[in-house]
Write a protein that binds this ligand. Structure first.
Ligand code: UDP
Length: 314
């Protein structure tokens, strides 16, 4: 197949491009390089069936020839990054999504949207099930991402209802792994870098907030399974690892696995509207896709730490 991946030079996107090329497909990787980097796809640049298009999906995109599938990943996803230019973040998930839905319609392509656990906001239902409508502050600093992604889901379902398009919507919970940006502001990259550089690990608030971390290979497997599932299955479907951990436990785990002399250092201040508890219910993914994560946190972190060490050495 000929498959277009938006956000293809980002952390998740580049792993997806690797997998699709490995599976024998032709890949068009589209990225505006705001948070992505051509370095992430450098290993694919000499492949005949891979091409890179430097483009922002907020502007219309015209592609010649066949497109069979579109994975729409383009959008900054780390809170620090998506809040840098909040209006552009909203544009990516609204104008950008309309452009990609239009492109899919024109080519008769199936299209998958990577939505997010952030659509649940500060959840009052735990663990989060897909039926939960969420609790998002529409005027808070996270809203540009949360409300944008919520609107993107609406657009997907409206395009399906209006035009009968083949759509897929998945909600990604926290993902980690090799190639994460050193300075993307995420807890995983911050803590690993701080531990390796023997600096204090900067814990926001008191570290009792929770997250559930899914290893990148598991996530990619879920994305591909969802894209190739029967057309009746549109989602939304949660993709994430249901093993919940506090930020304190997570920091201590990083210190232990890196063998770092670093310690946790507390800011005492939580980020505004920071969800205090986040964990996916993945019953649907298990039953409908036959998918569940297989890489334990310790193993995934070891691989990620090794990758960070290698990149730091360079
Ligand atoms: N966090 C932290 N220290 C950091 C970065 C993040 O304590 O250096 C916390 C952050 O406040 C949040 C959690 O870790 O409670 C996860 O943050 P991240 O930015 O990784 O992603 P989010 O899940 O909020 O999108």
């Amino acid at each position: 197949m000929r498959i277009l991946v938006t956000g293809g030079a980002g952390f998740i996107g580049s792993h997806l491009c690797d997998r699709l090329i490995q599976d024998g497909h032709a890949v068009l990787c589209v990225d505006n390089l705001f948070t992505g980097s051509e370095r992430n796809v450098a290993q694919l640049s000499s492949r005949q069936n891979f091409s890179f298009i430097h483009h922002d999906i907020v502007d219309p995109l015209y592609v010649e020839g066949v497109i069979d599938q579109i994975y729409n990943l383009a959008c900054p996803a780390s809170p620090v990054q998506y809040q840098q230019n909040p209006v552009h973040t909203i544009k990516a998930s609204t104008l950008g999504v309309i452009n990609m839905l239009g492109l899919a319609r024109k080519h008769g392509a199936r299209i998958l949207q990577t939505s997010t656990s952030e659509v649940y906001g500060e959840p009052q239902v735990h663990p989060q099930v897909e039926e939960y409508y969420g609790n998002v502050n529409p005027v808070g600093p996270r809203a540009c991402y949360d409300e944008g992604k919520r609107c993107a889901e609406t657009l997907f379902f409206d395009y399906h209802r209006m035009h009968g398009m083949e759509i897929k919507v998945v909600r990604l919970f926290n993902v980690y792994g090799p190639r994460m940006g050193f300075h993307d502001g995420r807890v995983v990259s911050n803590f690993i870098l701080q531990a390796l550089q023997e600096k204090p690990l900067t814990v926001d608030g008191n570290g009792t907030q929770t997250r559930s971390f899914c290893y990148i290979d598991d996530l990619i497997d879920g994305l591909v399974k969802m894209m190739n599932s029967p057309s009746e299955l549109m989602g939304p479907i949660n993709l994430g690892n249901p093993v919940e951990t506090t930020i304190n436990e997570f920091g201590n785990r990083i210190i232990e696995l890196t063998g770092s002399p670093s310690a946790l250092s507390y800011s005492g201040i939580f980020r505004v509207n920071d969800p205090m508890q986040r964990c996916p219910n993945i019953t649907k993914a298990k039953e409908l896709l036959g998918w569940k994560p297989t890489v334990q946190l310790e193993e995934g972190l070891k691989r990620t730490i090794t990758n960070f060490r290698e990149r730091l050495a360079v």
